[in-house]
Design a protein around this ligand. Structure first.
Ligand code: NAD
Ligand code: TDX
Length: 335
């Protein structure tokens, strides 16, 4: 049985990945998570204790990470999701983004270097900056790094550290840069869950600026399957882009949420734009599909969205206690 250390495994995508490991592999998992405001330990409840153990701690704590990596043994692997992940927060207070995303990745790299353990580093397409709204261009593995926000700059910094540790120290690592995820357990500060929970609360969805910005949506389950594929079959030192051809304007997404909830498609508000707001992300995932044979299961965004809306309807007890505070924080910025 393979031993894995999953950092950030109590977060939205990390927890989805832990479920994937339990259901589709025989891996034994240690989750290292600081349980910040973004964590959902509830997402890990009910998983077999013989398969999943939660260690509450900071990925930037070098002694703790060293001990956990040492315990994996040479056949083990680290999958590194832990991060501060919300662009809007990074614009209000960048410090934890530098600490967790850059210093935390440095700490992980030093531990896997010392113990000769395999690493998969989870990153984002935002490191490549943005694309023009009206261009056919998509990001590829050779797109130049051009991050716009403190969040994306901190993820770019982390990616550069991983690449340097591969080249200079022969660390056995792969990197994936994925597009925007949606699905169960996503924090309601993020776009899709914020709008779903607005509609379920009887308030209007909030679109930044004109609503014309484009994001490329992928279901978190498809992201998890891709990460496993790269971890087990990817070429060491290689970067893989993960995306499911899910480009939509933010306005299209809000209108789909309204339609699926039986509300008028025009029943949204345009609010203050995000400073430096990236215009468009789009992923060309040809390498991952052709070299590793991965393909997404959620090929119709509207179906994945409908399932996600149902999930938030059924899990109101999870998100409702946080809704007022999240909206009050946005309201302070006219959003
Ligand atoms: P999230 O904010 O939902 O979860 C992050 C998790 O990391 C939380 O459980 C949090 O408690 C934990 N964490 C934060 N700081 C920590 C620290 N110092 N030490 C230990 N744990 C800490 O984020 P997410 O959306 O699940 O994103 C996970 C990863 O995937 C991130 O690296 C992110 O950059 C990347 N990613 C996200 C998306 C997306 O659309 N959400 C897309 C591409 C890549
Ligand atoms: O209320 C909102 N209204 C709105 O129009 C919010 C919260 C967002 N938006 C817009 C901003 C973006 O164009 O929706 C789009 C998506 O916003 P976010 O959910 O904040 O995601 P984004 O900034 O695109 O970053 C996400 O994808 C890449 C994740 O949060 C990152 O962790 C990941 O790396």
């Amino acid at each position: 049985m393979r031993r894995l250390l999953v950092t950030g495994g109590a977060g939205f995508i990390g927890a989805n990945f832990v479920h994937y490991l339990v259901e589709d592999t025989d891996a034994r998992v240690t989750v290292l998570d600081k349980l910040t405001y973004a964590a959902s330990p509830a997402a890990l409840e009910g998983l077999p204790s013989g398969r999943v153990e939660l260690v509450v701690g900071d990925v930037a704590d070098a002694a703790l990470v060293d001990q956990l990596v040492a315990e994996l043994g040479p056949e083990g692997a680290v999958v590194h999701f832990a991060a501060e992940s919300h662009n809007d927060n990074s614009l209000r207070d960048p410090a934890p983004f530098v600490e967790t995303n850059i210093v935390g990745t440095f700490v992980v790299l030093e531990a896997v270097r010392r113990h000769g353990v395999r690493l998969h580093h989870v990153s984002t397409d935002e490191v490549y900056g943005d694309l023009a709204l009206d261009s056919p261009e998509r990001f590829t593995e050779s797109s130049p790094y051009r991050p716009s926000s403190p969040y994306s700059a901190s993820k770019a910094g982390a990616d550069h550290l991983v690449r340097a540790w591969v080249r200079s120290f022969d660390v056995q690592a792969t990197i994936s840069n994925c597009s925007n995820n949606y699905g169960p357990w996503q924090h309601i500060e993020k776009f899709i869950p914020r709008q779903i929970t607005n509609v379920l609360s009887g308030t209007r969805p909030r679109l930044y600026g004109t609503g014309e910005n484009v994001r490329d949506w992928i279901h978190a389950e498809d992201h998890s399957a891709a990460v496993w594929r790269i971890l087990t079959q990817g070429q060491l030192g290689q970067t893989y882009l993960i995306g499911a051809d899910g480009e939509r304007t933010n306005k299209d997404v809000v209108q789909a949420v309204l339609r699926q909830c039986g509300r008028d498609e025009g029943d949204y508000e345009l609010v203050t734009d995000r400073p430096g707001h990236d215009l468009r992300y789009a992923i060309d995932s040809t390498r991952l599909r052709q070299e590793l044979g991965w393909a997404p299961r959620f090929t119709r965004f509207e179906d994945g969205l409908a399932a996600t809306i149902d999930w938030y309807r059924e899990h109101e007890d999870w998100w409702r206690p946080h809704k007022e505070a999240v909206e009050a924080a946005y309201a302070q910025h006219g959003q």
